[in-house]
Design a protein around this ligand. Structure first.
Ligand code: ADP
Length: 567
């Protein structure tokens, strides 16, 4: 059988293959979907092969493309799929769903499957069939005047960026830290990027969604046949439904309208450095206030020295002793790299006189409220009064902030591996906190203590929004090292316990933690979950779409899953 290819770009395909194939330290044994007999499964595979083509129904060893490359569970619990199917159109998707419905076969939807740290393409329920939509990869429209795009699930951030560039469109799409994921998958999973429109799901406008029975819905103004404002206005006539398809198993999103940022005349890249762990308090308070007042236009990204150095090389280059890197070594590193313990990046966008004025305000507020902060700014402008060219801005100052996708943070995953050995992996703990310096500092110190107690470094990176902050503790580890795996589990359990005590929930979670996180949303005897379960039962009576996604189980599995949880 022909080799499975996820990317037509050879370099991306190589990187994909290396990451997924090398992570296989266990045999991919054939598994059946839960509550499905071997004969029923065999029938379904035959039908899918007929409908989608043999090459688009994946079984056997090629399933390594659909596992979680960072999975830590024991072999018999790993989230291995029973097969993967790859429809190439809405019609093929409808046919694929028909087959799944007939035998109640659970499907796990993904687009490019690059949800790394959260499970990648792997299903929540072992034995589900991965429904990979990467072949549905058309850019349907990019509208320069109104600055939006309409894309299918398989369109990557690189695809959209290259399309804008090769057509000389004066638009900057927002991109996350790695460009190989899908625009649609990232948006519906509430992922983010770095331009002023970086909070992607807040800027989607007009979705097309297929339900389990093959029916097709369009949301908002997109619901009007031949409407003229499908992707311009989020209003619907009546309740809004778009949010029902975020982090959701109620439907499969087949088209996404997403607003893009108009290429500005000037971009000022700003960096702020502060030297001590406690300085996060001032950073959050000052920049949070500037963000609420709309002086800052994108969400500042705040990283500590551990986060930064993990992108530059391996830990053993900095420290090969036991335990976390000592403070004295970090201080030396800060000096050598000319960085603070904390470093912040944000940008200012627009006409030159406007952005310069914004910068004046930032300087004045910071000099009063964070006098020890080192603010640096770098202005880039277009030639002859034209628009600024994102490609002329060096990556560390521009990159994601000016909508240019790349892959340069991928090697960070090897941070804890010895040179030329080990299996790099990461898991993230990412609570949503109020944008309060005091609360963020307190949480950071709690998390740091928990992480360092297990001999790990307190990697911290966060996105500061106007009223909240998502603070990401990324735990980089060597998956082939049993001690590290155990330590990561301990860290995770302790972080969950402490965040629960304080009423903080996570913005996104690994498939294995979805039930635990969902359980925190418990007001009025889990009214939220009961509401969504009601919708699930009516929209997907056979329970075929992504069972267990975000802790929502179809009736077919609900009782046994909830019993398991209580044990
Ligand atoms: P990316 O490649 O951008 O990281 P993924 O394909 O891994 O995105 O998708 C991220 C998550 O979003 C998936 O785990 C899945 O739960 C959800 N998802 C992806 N594509 C769709 C879709 N077309 N419809 C509904 N949910 C989706």
């Amino acid at each position: 059988m022909a080799k499975f290819v996820l990317y037509s770009d050879e370099d991306l395909q190589r990187q994909h293959r290396e990451l997924f194939e090398k992570s296989i330290d266990f045999p991919i044994e054939p598994v059946l979907p839960p509550k499905v007999t071997a004969a029923e499964f065999e029938w379904a595979i035959k039908e899918w092969r007929k409908n989608l083509g043999v090459a688009n129904v994946i079984t056997g060893s090629s399933l390594f493309n659909f596992i979680d490359p960072f999975e830590m569970m024991e072999i018999d619990k790993k989230s291995i799929p029973s097969a993967a199917i790859c429809p190439g159109s809405v019609e093929e998707l409808r046919e694929a769903l028909k087959v799944a419905n007939q035998k109640a076969i659970p499907l796990w939807t993904c687009s490019r499957g690059k949800n790394l740290g959260y499970g990648g393409p792997a299903p929540r329920m072992r034995g589900s069939v991965v429904l990979s939509l990467h072949r549905m990869n058309k850019i349907i429209e990019v509208n320069e005047k109104y600055a939006y795009a309409v894309v299918e699930p398989g369109v990557t951030f690189f695809d959209l960026y290259n399309h804008c560039r090769s057509n000389n469109l004066k638009l900057w799409p927002s991109v996350p830290s790695l460009g190989w994921g899908s625009v649609l998958g990232n948006t519906v999973d509430r992922g983010f990027g770095y331009t002023p429109l970086g909070d992607h799901h807040q800027h989607m406008c007009g979705l097309e969604v297929m339900f389990a029975n093959g029916d097709l819905l369009r949301t908002g103004q997109y619901a009007i046949s031949h409407g003229k404002t499908a992707h311009l206005c989020k209003y619907s006539f009546g309740p809004s439904t778009e949010g029902l398809f975020l982090q959701s198993n109620l439907g499969i999103v087949t088209k996404l309208g997403l607003w893009l940022y108009p290429q500005p005349q000037t971009f000022i890249s700003c960096t702020v450095d502060m030297d001590d762990p406690e300085d996060i308090e001032a950073i959050v308070d000052v920049l949070g206030e500037l963000r609420r007042r709309d002086i800052l236009q994108n969400n500042p990204v705040i990283r500590n020295i551990i986060a930064w150095s993990s992108m530059q090389g391996r830990r053993e280059d900095v420290w090969d002793g036991e335990g976390p890197i000592p403070q004295s070594i970090l201080k030396k590193l800060q000096k050598k790299m000319d960085l603070g313990y904390w470093m912040v990046r944000f940008g200012l966008y627009g006409p030159k006189d406007v952005v310069e004025k914004r910068l004046d305000v930032v300087k004045s507020v910071m000099s009063q409220q964070a006098p020890t902060a080192r603010l640096r700014s770098y202005l880039f402008e277009g030639d002859d009064g034209g628009l600024v060219d994102a490609t002329k801005i060096p990556t560390p100052l521009g990159g994601g902030q000016v909508g240019v996708p790349d892959m340069w943070t991928l090697p960070a995953v090897q941070y804890r591996c010895p040179k030329a050995a080990g299996l790099g992996a990461h898991t993230d703990f990412s609570p949503i906190l109020p944008a309060s310096g005091k609360v963020v500092l307190e949480w950071f110190l709690v998390a740091k203590k928990i992480i360092e107690a297990e001999g790990f470094d307190a990697y911290c990176g966060g996105h500061l929004h106007a009223r909240h902050m998502v603070l990401i503790n990324m735990i980089l580890f060597d998956k082939s090292n049993a001690n590290q795996r155990a330590a990561v589990q301990t860290i995770f359990q302790n972080l969950v316990r402490e965040s629960k005590k304080r009423g903080f929930s996570k913005y996104r979670s690994h498939i294995n933690d979805m039930d635990a996180v969902a359980d925190m949303y418990d007001f009025n005897n889990h009214a939220y979950r009961r509401f969504i379960e009601g919708l699930k039962d009516s929209l997907d009576p056979n329970g075929i779409l992504s069972p267990g996604k975000q802790g929502i189980w179809p009736k077919r599995y609900r009782v046994e899953q909830q019993t398991k949880l209580k044990l």
